[in-house]
Design a binder for this molecule. Structure first.
Ligand code: TYM
Length: 363
């Protein structure tokens, strides 16, 4: 497979998942399945972002268990923790340290514009935690602490990744003279939108948001994203659901009265149909057009059982493996500890340079 292009920077992939609530099909198809494919191209960092998980809700009944569960889901889905770095964020102090610097790079107006902040804070913004407002700055720190060049995520993270690019560009620009004086600049090339010879310390990260399931919708409402926090369990397929539950949720999924169209254009204005076709395509590793060329003209009553079978076939081995891994928490803890040590080694190199660039005296 071809290398990811990254101007003068070493290509590096980073992504994170919050340990909040049950992982669902959206997390799997929008993110984790892509992590598994990317590890074939190069080593990656996959992080359980526990620092992020306390921004919306401070006290969790079992954050440790939730953290282990995400790590187990990564490994059960096929991520090799020897080849890649799998760890939890709070083990590496550089995330919080770099986030502080980025809090001073980013502007309050940038944060106020984040749609996820508006959604999560709701009407009572004054009462949201300061951490929730600064969330995207910590996310930029996660990525740039490793000078990651590529970030696979679902569509809902797009705005946060644009902000990450803005933070990197502003840091590079504000500290340009110091970066140059210290000889720490890396050629930005076309990737940084830069002119010939322009250098920077942080890469301008590329989001990887591709494929038929970048935004998996609720099974009960095609206008709403499938989410961990939806009060209706029927709205999502959890990675811990058994075969019968998966089949029942697909059977009960909302549809419209028409047959499936024979081409993608025919999905316009039919969000529920589009969602189920997208899920099918992503599970099968096909595109929507291919799925419709096979199922166009068929009724949902014929399509749904085949979709259910495919979902069970794909998810059952992952669920089973997750359970097996969860039975040995000490082994998960060892994996996260080893990953944390490897991540810290990389992070320390960046933070030494960042302290020099900003002008913090250190040993
Ligand atoms: P989180 O934990 O909400 O979701 C984890 C990943 O799943 C994707 N996702 C979806 N994809 C398709 N359809 C859906 N319905 C759906 N719901 C969730 C998300 O886009 C994400 O890729 N802020 C991040 C975590 C994070 C992070 C990072 C990600 C923190 N630091 C650095 C990348 C890089 C989040 O809350 O994801």
């Amino acid at each position: 497979m071809s290398q990811l292009s990254s101007a003068g920077f070493e290509p590096r992939v980073f992504s994170g998942v919050q340990p909040t609530g049950n992982l669902h099909l959206g997390n799997y198809l929008g993110a984790i399945k892509k992590f598994v494919a990317l590890q074939e191209r190069q080593a990656c960092l996959f992080c359980v972002v526990d620092l992020h998980s306390i921004t919306a809700q401070l006290v969790h009944e079992d954050l440790v268990g939730q953290t282990r569960q995400i790590a187990a889901a990564f490994i059960a889905s096929g991520i090799d923790p020897k080849k890649n770095i799998v760890f939890n964020q709070s083990r590496v102090p550089g995330h919080a340290e770099l986030a502080w610097v980025f809090n001073c790079v980013a502007r309050v107006g940038w944060m106020n514009r984040m749609t996820q902040f508006k959604e999560k804070a709701g009407k009572d913004r004054e009462n949201a935690s300061l951490g929730l407002l600064a969330y995207p700055s910590l996310m930029a720190a996660d990525i740039l602490l490793y000078r990651a060049t590529h970030v696979p995520v679902g569509d809902d993270q797009k705005q946060h990744l644009e902000l990450t690019r803005d933070i990197a560009a502003k840091f590079n620009n504000d500290f340009a003279a110091r970066i140059e004086a210290l000889g720490l600049g890396v050629p930005m090339g076309a990737q940084g939108g830069g002119a010939d010879g322009e250098t920077g310390f942080f890469p301008i990260t590329e989001p990887l948001i591709e494929g038929p399931a970048t935004r998996v919708m609720s099974l009960k409402d095609g206008a709403k994203k499938m989410s961990k926090s939806d009060p209706s369990d029927l709205s999502r397929i959890n990675l811990t659901d058994d075969a019968e539950t998966i089949a029942r949720k697909i059977r009960k999924a909302k549809t419209d009265p028409q047959d499936l169209p024979s081409d993608v254009a025919g999905l316009a204005g039919r969000p529920e149909a589009e969602n189920l076709v997208g899920i099918f395509a992503a599970l099968a590793g096909r595109d929507k057009a291919g799925v419709l060329s096979e199922f166009g003209g068929r009724q949902f009553s014929a399509f749904k059982p085949i979709l259910a079978e495919l979902a069970v076939e794909t998810l059952a081995p992952i669920t089973g493996e997750m359970r097996r891994i969860m039975d040995d928490p000490a082994e998960i803890d060892r994996t996260l500890s080893e990953g944390g040590a490897r991540a810290r080694d990389l992070a320390d190199v960046t933070m030494r340079d960042v302290r020099d660039i900003v002008g913090f005296l250190s040993d």
